[in-house]
Design a protein around this ligand. Sequence first.
Ligand SMILES: [Zn+2]
Length: 376
Amino acid sequence: MKAQIKLFKVLGIQIGLHYSWLLIALLVVLSLAGQFAATNPQWGSNIIWGLAILTAILFFAAIIVHELSHAAVAKARGLPVRSITLFALGGVAQIEKEAPDARTEFWMGIAGPITSLIIGAVCLFFAGAVGWTPTRDQHSPLAAMLGWLGVINIALSVFNMVPGFPLDGGRVLRAIIWWITGSASRATRAATTIGQLVAFAFILFGLFRFFNGAGFAGLWLTFIGWFLLDAARSSYAQFEILQRLRDLRVADVMSTDWPVVNGSMTLQTFVENYLLRSGQRYFIVEENSRVVGMLTLHEVKDVDRERWPQLSVRDVMRPLTKLHAVGPSSSLTEALETMGREDVNQLPVMSNGHLEGIVSRRHILRLLQTRAELQG
Ligand SMILES: [Zn+2]
């Protein structure tokens, strides 16, 4: 899930929004305003709308804090965290590596629900202090806001502890099975299966509620179930791929011949005679038969077309010093992690300052397909 709207950074982690979040933010504000208007019409529309917006903002802030708690455990255990993105169904923290052991996985998973539980309890405590009770409808604006935030955060904590992978509860379950059996792959398989059963239960229960007149609320449950089913399937597929990649070295798959261009060529000539003719996405740039950098479609796209005749390949390429190279003995998992972090599709393979080969995403993907077909 990539953020389309970037907000700010906390602890070096980029916080962002996916477009789908806008829809849910609107729904939350509308339903809060509706609820406040029905229970406390005496507040007047300015307070009702202002409070609905403020409550919604605090709710999403609480979700960010929940995700930050996962991220903090990950960081403390040495796993890099790139970003936190809010989307239609909550938030996700992009943690770039799988947990290395069951203990890390356990604490990383359970940190979120514990945080939400604490936020909920604190809100309810202060709500109670200003006169909020769950059975009464009429409240002061502050009490109504704190009461709602308290209940929703506790509900969030409980929902996240549903033992379906990839929900937090599923991660915790996976960690426990992993710890007992000592096998990460067996634990993942078990947690995924349970996750799919939970997802089916959501779908069936949602449909049942829908046909019994629950309307939108029923469809919503079905939708969450469908999302969980999809998420369980794709996170398992990803895990399988990572398992297979772990045993392979970069040297096993890198390509050892690469297209070369000269650094003094103009960008215009490069695009017309090389890029558009060969269908290659990357070129190694040489000067006096020495490798000086790499040029890809990516860099070319960042330059205005009018400037192509004036600039040389050397001006636009990524110089060797800025390329994040991997060694021939690095694992493919490491290579893919580097590509993800640097947002590139290929990496040079260097040893002792010498270019040994190129490893690309496309290449790794093709290799996996071939292997899968041979096995099947
Ligand atoms: Zn969580």
